[in-house]
Unconditional design. Sequence first.
Length: 192
Amino acid sequence: MTFASTAGIAAGVIGFIAFVPYIIGTLNHTTRPNKATWIIWTVLGIIIAASYYASGARDSAWTPIAYAIGITIVAILSVKYGEEGWTALDKWCLVGAGAGLALWAITKEPVTAYYLTTIVDATGAVPTIKKAWERPESEINLAWPMFLVANTLNLFAISEWSAAMALYPVYVFILAGTMTVLVYGPRIKKKD
């Protein structure tokens, strides 16, 4: 087993385990997932995992696969336990996600689908990033650093650095880093 494949498997396992505190926090009402984000992420997570694997990724495919499963669970829970209602931003992000999926249907290219869905996935993250900025306590503080560890390991699982192989791992690394700073930053300031 190569270092890249070991890092990829470890990233997938840690990434999947990171959903456990998020799910528990959601069930305990200490985390309020944004429905728009998690619904967008569910649809796109499944597409990204499939198209990423189809584009040739093997060692670094464990994280998108683990995320597709975990995201789906959180999305289902967000319907009952998530934030109330739909903001204008939520609706615009859903429209943007739909437009990205429509473009993919038109192009019928797996690599194009991968690029488009990663961009749309980032659009879907906007409501959750905004929520974490405004109300960091609405996010569980253990999950995002675990995602950051998983996504950092997943960068080491990329055996061939190309735009197609690196886009999603780099994107989720940046997202997890951003969310970790947003969730922990105010908590660190309060301790000072």
